[in-house]
Design a protein around this ligand. Structure first.
Ligand SMILES: *Cc1c(COP(=O)(O)O)cnc(C)c1O
Length: 402
């Protein structure tokens, strides 16, 4: 059979065609009124997509650039910070903070788990200046309760800033930055917003902007105060990734359009974002139902997120078999585990531009792999599909089918 190559990876994710067309047409200079209008439009849209009134900064970097910017702009050498870590991206916070000379306390949980509020409470010190965490730990599939940590900080420790790597939480998790004490939320272009890698963005509270007045870790390219000044005028400090910004504008238009009505054909970004999140939740629920019915175990059963599902390979088999077979036979690209989890788990993404058809097809392909390569699971054809169909039917409105 022929194979269409399809990404089922949690970044990069499949590209939105409308965004690709916008990229191809983005032959504009960045110091012109045309670009300024685009930039201001996209920055305003990002606020709505994140769901905040705070200023949003756009950077030409992958997501880690915005993570680094939050460490370099919000800390000084010797600052005590707390990292909540239960996976590879949590470990990235620890490494970044150490590189910028912070004294790092870590709440370290096993991969696949999340933290309890008591554990966070016990680790907070009077001197803790910033708490860093993920909204969704993409390496394990676990979702962390950002809002609960925000509420705890407000009660216990009003001075500590909360910085959230929301790179795969945005577009998959309902979060309210402005009412729940979140000071920084970070996003990346190659995740739920369905465009290629190369842009990161972050929203910062006034408390975070105030903190920057006194911190003195070195920063140059990622100087957020400089970017904020330029952004107000519709520009970035240096040459921005113009084509990606055009793509992002088109993608955010498309997300808004998902909530279009006859009275409002352009749609609404806040409503469209809700639809995007519900879409990821439904696909994640279908996937979890399918793989558990087939006899697999989830890697993060306690609190699985909707960005990606991490699935444990059966005892004695390498998860790479599933990754390899899905690609070789069906053109479906999924991901193996990262670091120590390589060979143990495989991960299927749900964030961004995936629909019912993609989901059912991938589960059907996974059944083919299970029947031929994992006979010990004893899962005949249809086992996963039946469970996924039921999960879909339960989650969708029967009167409209959507
Ligand atoms: C993808 C991702 C990142 C960013 O990685 P980059 O490769 O720098 O874009 C950071 N955190 C999480 C949770 C991610 O999923």
């Amino acid at each position: 059979m022929i194979r269409k190559v399809r990404l089922f990876t949690p970044g990069p994710t499949p590209l939105l065609p409308a965004a690709q067309f916008a990229m191809a047409a983005a032959d504009i200079h960045h110091r012109t009124p045309e670009f300024r209008a685009l930039y201001l439009k996209v920055l305003a849209q990002l606020k709505e997509f994140i769901g905040t009134k705070n200023d949003v900064i756009l950077l030409s970097s992958s997501g880690t650039g915005a993570m680094e910017a939050s460490v370099s702009n919000l800390t000084s050498p010797g600052d005590r910070v707390l990292v909540l870590s239960a996976g590879k991206f949590g470990e990235r916070w620890t490494a970044l903070c150490k590189n910028f000379g912070c004294e790092v306390d870590v709440v370290q949980k096993p991969y696949g788990e999340t933290f309890t509020l008591d554990e966070v409470k016990a680790a907070l010190k009077l001197e803790t200046r910033v708490v860093f965490m993920q909204g969704n730990e993409t390496s394990t599939g676990a979702r962390h309760d950002v809002e609960a940590v925000g509420a705890l900080l407000r009660e216990q420790h009003a001075d500590a800033l909360l910085v959230v790597d929301g790179i795969t939480a945005l577009g998959t998790t309902h979060m309210n930055m402005d009412t729940t004490n979140i000071d920084v939320v970070i996003g990346g272009s190659q995740k739920a917003v369905m465009i290629p890698p190369g842009l990161s963005y972050l929203a910062l509270s006034e408390r975070a902007w105030d903190r920057m007045e006194a911190t003195y870790n070195p920063r140059y390219y990622f100087d957020l105060r400089k970017e904020r000044k330029n952004a107000k005028l519709g520009e970035s400090a240096y040459t921005p990734a113009v084509a990606l910004i055009a793509a992002l504008g088109a993608a955010l238009d498309w997300i808004a359009g998902q909530a279009a009505t006859p009275e409002n054909p352009a749609g609404d970004l806040a409503q469209g974002r809700k639809k995007l999140i519900d879409n990821a939740e439904t696909i994640a629920a279908m996937t979890r139902a399918a793989v558990t019915a087939m006899g697999f175990k989830l890697f993060a059963p306690g609190g699985p997120g909707a960005a990606a599902t991490a699935i444990i390979a059966p005892e004695g088999t390498d998860s790479g078999i599933v990754v390899k077979e899905l690609k070789a036979r069906f053109g479906a690209i999924i991901t193996n585990g990262q670091g120590e989890m390589k060979g143990q788990i495989f991960r299927i993404a749900h964030l961004g531009y995936f629909d019912y058809m993609d989901t059912i097809a991938l589960i059907g392909a996974l059944e083919q792999v299970v029947v031929t390569k994992l006979p010990q699971l004893n899962a005949p054809f249809g086992t996963g599909l039946v469970a996924a169909q039921k999960a879909f039917a339960e989650r969708t409105d029967k009167s409209t089918g959507v």
